[in-house]
Design a protein around this ligand. Structure first.
Ligand code: KG4
Ligand code: ZN
Length: 336
């Protein structure tokens, strides 16, 4: 059978990324131009700046992805692009670019859901992983517990009712003065702290064991910090980071393991930026080993936003016959 080469394009938030992926699993190039330095000044992503930077960088990023793969546009079989969810102005840059290439080179166009991309990141380094499996998607904008029934076929069991897990990491990091993006900084600082030092809440819902809530946890951290300030007690930031991180990990693991048990499946994967958290990985490693289950996770570079995951997801959509027209539009609140 003929090999299929797909150019993946991702621009939904603050990373301009392009990648050439062979047969949905083999990454020939993975170029990511991060804007984090620019947004750090403002403590978060500024949509207008993100759109402008995507425009400035996207052509170069794509060229670099092709060059690294030793290819030209003529060697491709299709273009895959994130069309939602995300920042509308940011998404539009990738979508417009993908449509232009598709039109100019008469290449099939495949619109990809960003979350489907995150989930598909697991296929890249795990050649043996095939659906069905349970996947926890934890990123800056999403916290979803999903059963991947088949390629492109998802059943959402639960989601966050307020903040996403990554958002909680970012907000708590800001509160303890670590800056943006907070996840990796909390991850690092927590290694020096005691996860049992402070008791933060582990929110659960009576009516859905799969849903999450992180805004209460964030408030509990803020209340704790205020309380220390009022009493004139010096805050041990490493203990706060470790205790907060432990609370997040506990609920994520608990809810995910209920989902795995109920689903009757024995394969579990994590995805999204927070999936690169070292404590979370260790916690799932342990939980899955205890249950004699396979645990899958992408390398950190494929956890945070990248285009290889989009190229992988696009491949499975492509072989299933999905094609988009030049009327493909960015959908900021796209549902899975
Ligand atoms: O998947 P991603 O790159 O973008 C979205 O689609 O949202 O995720 C970014 C999020 C940020 O909130 C960031 O703080 C978090 O992932 N993150 C982490 C770690 N690395 C990134 N959170 C916890 N621990 C980490 N090591
Ligand atoms: Zn993402």
């Amino acid at each position: 059978e003929k090999d299929i080469y797909i150019l993946g394009i991702e621009s939904s938030c603050d990373e301009t990324a392009a990648s050439v992926v062979k047969n949905g699993r083999v990454v020939l190039s993975n170029v990511i131009s991060s804007q984090i330095d620019l947004h750090t000044l403002y403590g978060g992503v500024v949509p207008e700046i993100a759109s402008r930077k995507h425009i400035e960088r996207i052509n170069q990023v794509i060229q670099e992805a092709l060059d690294t793969a030793g290819m030209t546009l003529d060697d491709l079989d299709a273009i895959g692009v994130t069309y939602g969810p995300g920042l509308v102005g940011a998404l539009l840059v990738g979508v417009a670019e993908a449509k232009a290439i598709s039109y100019a080179k008469k290449l099939p166009l495949v619109g990809v859901h960003h979350i489907e991309g995150h989930i598909s990141a697991n296929y890249i380094e795990n050649p043996d992983l095939e659906p069905p499996f349970v996947c926890l998607v934890v990123s800056g904008g999403h916290t979803h517990l999903v059963v991947v029934r088949d390629y492109g076929k998802y059943e959402i069991l639960g989601r966050t009712r307020d903040d996403a897990a990554g958002e909680a990491f970012d907000k708590v990091a800001r509160a303890i003065g670590l800056g943006y993006p907070g996840g990796p900084k909390i991850d690092k600082l927590a290694k020096e702290g005691d996860p049992e030092a402070i008791s933060f809440p582990r929110p659960r819902f009576e009516d859905s064991p799969y849903d999450f809530s992180f805004s209460g946890l964030k408030s509990a951290v803020l209340n704790y910090l205020n309380g220390c300030q009022m009493k004139g007690i010096e805050v041990n930031r490493a203990d706060v980071a470790a205790s907060f991180q432990k609370a997040v990990c506990d609920v994520l693991v608990e809810h995910a393991m209920i989902a795995v048990k109920e689903s009757g499946l024995n394969k579990f994967a994590i995805a999204g930026g927070v999936a690169s958290n070292s404590a979370l990985r260790a916690a799932f490693e342990k939980a899955c080993a205890e249950r004699h289950m396979e645990f899958y996770h992408p390398s950190p570079i494929f956890c945070t936003d990248n285009a290889a995951m989009i190229g992988s997801a696009a491949y499975y959509e492509f072989i299933a016959g999905k094609r988009d027209g030049l009327d493909l539009n960015a959908v900021p609140n796209l549902k899975l």
